[in-house]
Design a protein around this ligand. Structure first.
Ligand code: PGA
Length: 249
């Protein structure tokens, strides 16, 4: 079975004062029955990881470079993330694909580096609104999955996040039927490529405007194992309500 995971992506939000949110979450969830992950900005990763210590919340980064080291000003390697206490890294988020021109091949190289460094790679895929309107959503997702996921993954080292670009930060989410369709498709593609043992154990997260008010219906979908949450992960109270919904699912 795939692990249930509530993952928070803080994006470019948070300074030292935001670490108080972690204290609140540690107090509220001493022994959760699902995985909890926060991906803060790079500047907070090490401090957050230290603060959590052996606690039940994992930390991760929002991006990594494909190379282990070298002349890449401003970038962070997967090994550095691991060294800072991170266990996960998000790769191929649509904001990276759009703002930084990341192609499937680049995302794949990053995911490969992440797994090679001992991190779990959260590979993001998702269609734009135009692509959904044109009826090519599954083609787009299929191409992204084939191109962005490396061969060296297992159910332990890979997480896939389905994030429709048009649902991110907009307050709009797909219909439940649309989420079912895409998640079933992703599961089938993973089983086809990696076999049942791996394909059925990769956690599939839905992301895009997940909130306390819609989390339960999304988590009721069979092939949804959790969520990648942006805005609603910044405050322990909101993220906690989403964790509660996942624990109850
Ligand atoms: P959102 O972002 O929850 O703020 O829509 C999700 C994401 O981009 O991971």
């Amino acid at each position: 079975m795939a692990q249930k995971l509530a993952a928070g992506n803080w994006k470019m939000n948070g300074t030292s004062a935001s670490l108080a949110e972690i204290d609140a979450m540690l107090a509220a969830y001493p022994s959760p029955n699902c995985g909890i992950l926060i991906c803060p900005p790079a500047t907070l990763l090490e401090r957050m990881s230290r603060r959590i210590g052996d606690g039940p919340i994992a930390t991760g980064a929002q991006d990594c470079h494909a190379a282990a080291s070298g002349a890449h000003t401003g970038d962070t390697s997967a090994g550095m993330i691991k060294d800072a206490g991170g266990a996960y890294v998000i790769v191929g988020h649509s904001e990276r694909r759009t703002d930084h021109g990341e192609t499937d091949a680049i995302v794949r190289a990053k995911a490969e580096a992440a797994v090679g460094a001992g991190l779990v790679a959260i590979v993001c895929v998702g269609e734009t609104e135009t692509q959904r309107d044109e009826g090519v959503t599954l083609d787009v997702i299929g191409t992204q999955l084939a191109g962005s996921i490396p061969d060296n993954v297992t159910g332990v080292t890979l997480v896939v996040a389905y994030e429709p670009v048009w649902a991110i930060g907009t307050g709009r989410i797909p219909t439940i039927d649309q989420i079912v369709e895409v998640h079933d498709f992703i599961r089938a593609r993973l089983v086809e490529r990696f076999g049942g043992d791996v394909g059925t154990t990769v956690s599939l997260l839905y992301g895009g405007s997940v909130k306390p008010s819609n989390a339960a219906e999304i988590f009721a979908v069979g092939n949804v194992d959790g969520a990648l949450v942006g805005g609603a992960s910044l405050k322990a109270a909101d993220f906690g309500a989403i964790i509660d919904a996942l624990q109850d699912a």
